[in-house]
Design a protein. Structure first.
Length: 123
């Protein structure tokens, strides 16, 4: 269920932005969560739209509600904590600055285009 729900979140985010969305399998590296989803919006409105879409789709398709949300006020880096996975929605400048993909370069990436991912979100 964890990977399935993480893929729901990633595909929902990807549907709302032209920026790349990445799923990192960080479970063996940090032990407090299994996956990081990293994405970005080009402005505050798009960041909020991504956050709303991820929350809605994960609730509808995976039956999960977010445990905590941080950073929504400034919308430069919004973190949605679902326990087993964490969604990081940056604005493009903050994503470049913090560079989570580089920081967690040792983490395997999950392919969003694998058939299982498409089945999960009904694409």
């Amino acid at each position: 269920m964890t990977l399935s729900a993480a893929l729901v979140a990633a595909r929902a985010a990807s549907a709302k932005t032209l920026e790349s969305t990445v799923v990192l399998d960080v479970g063996d590296l940090i032990g407090i969560t299994d996956y990081f989803i990293v994405t970005a919006g080009r402005n505050e409105r798009q960041v909020r739209s991504i956050v709303d879409e991820v929350s809605r789709r994960v609730r509808e398709l995976a039956g999960l509600t977010v445990r905590s949300v941080e950073g929504l006020e400034g919308s430069q880096w919004v973190l949605l904590d679902y326990g087993d996975f964490v969604v990081h929605v940056f604005d493009t400048g903050a994503r470049s600055l913090y560079s989570l993909e580089r920081l967690w370069a040792d983490a395997p990436r999950v392919d969003l285009d694998e058939p299982r991912a498409a089945e999960i979100v009904g694409s």
